[in-house]
Design a protein around this ligand. Structure first.
Ligand code: NAD
Length: 282
């Protein structure tokens, strides 16, 4: 069994991006800029935003965080996004989710210029991804896809089972697997016999939010298992996959922590660099 080392793959990607940013700086006399907007005091969000900033600085991306209080008026946020949309120094805009309840998340996402949507949540990017056109791709599924390709060069014809159908993970993951010519089954909370579906899979992507849902006897011998889940339990952080059981059966598996998690931020930086490049070549 191979333990897929997301930490190492993410560190390699950051190194590659650092080189790219330095080349872009020489070419354009400018560097990519990422602006992250944080509204309120959500503790995990504060940690994510700090980590994003640290990683952005590491690769040479110009990073800026804008913080607003919980009671922020929606209009102020939308106006700020409008301003950033027109700011040439800003290549990518990310509004950290979740937002306070009084702010319309959809309106916020749709206000971000799709060319600067480094999260890949704008309907234009969602549509382009599902049509097979160039788009920003949501960071976590993009990270999963890179880990998969590191593990298995040719994914064509493999049967992939995606557990979870969120806009953030399951749905874009499905599109990325289709792009690799996988046969994809997407499963969710109403799926009747998840174990049987999983047993047919050459590849399992678990993005559910239920600790250790996927058991050893749900997994075909030599399957590849990517665990997106991050669940806080009394015994620490665990994924959606029972690592101890599944690692005895699978050909390769991502650990939690140290698997998909580190890839998410690295892919955010990659999306920022791509947005910068596209803006320069216009
Ligand atoms: P979500 O709550 O938006 O979606 C969960 C999905 O799981 C839903 O589509 C639901 O239908 C499905 N589901 C629920 N119960 C099920 C069951 N019993 N059987 C099959 N499917 C079931 O969650 P999300 O935002 O997609 O996040 C999923 C997990 O991934 C969470 O643990 C989250 O913390 C984690 N996550 C990790 C990263 C990362 O960087 N590694 C990023 C985002 C989310």
């Amino acid at each position: 069994m191979k333990k897929i080392d997301g930490k190492k793959v993410a560190a390699d990607l950051r190194l590659e991006l650092k080189k790219k940013v330095s080349e872009l700086k020489s070419k354009y006399n400018a560097v990519p800029g990422l602006t992250v907007i944080l509204v309120g005091e959500d503790a995990p969000s504060k940690i994510y935003v700090k980590n994003k900033e640290k990683s952005a600085i590491e690769v040479g991306i110009n990073s800026k965080i804008i913080k607003y209080p919980e009671n922020l008026e929606e209009k102020v946020l939308l106006d700020k996004i409008g301003e950033l949309n027109n700011d040439k120094e800003v290549s990518g805009i990310l509004v950290q989710l979740p937002l306070p309840k009084h702010i319309n998340k959809r309106k916020v996402i749709e206000t971000i210029a799709h060319e600067k949507d480094v999260d890949g949540f704008h309907p234009m990017n969602v549509g382009n991804l599902s049509s097979g056109h160039d788009s920003s791709i949501p960071c976590t599924p993009l990270g999963c896809s890179l880990l998969l390709k590191q593990t298995e060069k040719n994914l064509s014809g493999k049967h992939a089972v995606v557990i979870g159908r969120s806009n953030l993970n399951g749905k874009p993951m499905t599109q990325l697997l289709l792009k690799e010519n996988c046969t994809v089954t997407i499963t969710h909370s109403k799926t009747k016999d998840l174990k049987t579906e999983c047993l047919r899979a050459d590849i399992i992507i678990a993005a559910v939010g239920i600790p250790k849902l996927v058991k050893g006897d749900w997994v075909k011998k030599d399957a590849i298992v990517i665990d997106v889940g991050i669940n806080k339990t009394e015994s620490g952080l665990v994924g959606d996959v029972d690592f101890d059981e599944v690692s005895k059966v699978a050909k390769a598996i991502t650990p939690v922590p140290g698997g998909v998690g580190p890839m998410t931020i690295a892919c955010l930086l990659s999306n920022t660099v791509e947005c910068f490049k596209k803006a320069q070549s216009k």
